[in-house]
Design a protein around this ligand. Structure first.
Ligand code: MN
Length: 130
């Protein structure tokens, strides 16, 4: 069974690139194009992992991450920030918001796949149903 990965991203080109990479690697990809849709989709679909763009048209990726991480049934889902904002201190901001990892844009296929497999829980790990 393919793992479900939610990508929250407003840029269609990045969405298409990541879709291609993840689907070729056998993952099932869910897509949301703004922060609130991303939070709602996380609640409805319970993905195994979330890739989070930071600059989004409504609430930003950090606010969306905070909402997901403060929801008890979702808090265990790993969230990886994807952004071109690589200014000093950004990585710390992402981690403080609850992101578990960070990938700088432009997105490199091998880096993305390595990061995703590192953060996906192993098959035997299943959080207890609430
Ligand atoms: Mn964006």
């Amino acid at each position: 069974m393919g793992r479900k990965i939610l990508y929250v991203e407003d840029n269609p080109l990045n969405m298409r690139l990541v879709r291609k990479i993840l689907q070729n690697a056998g993952y099932k990809m869910l897509e949301a194009m703004d922060g609130l849709s991303g939070v709602e989709m996380a609640q409805n679909e319970r993905p195994d992992l979330i890739l989070m763009d930071i600059n989004l048209p409504d609430i930003d990726g950090l606010a969306a991450t905070l909402r997901i991480k403060s929801t008890p049934t979702l808090a265990h889902i790993p969230i990886i920030a994807l952004t071109a904002n690589t200014m000093h201190g950004d990585r710390e901001r992402f981690m403080e918001a609850g992101c578990d990892g960070y990938i700088p844009k432009p997105i490199a296929k091998n880096e993305l796949l390595t990061m995703v497999s590192n953060f996906l829980p192993t098959e035997s790990y299943r959080p207890a149903a609430v």
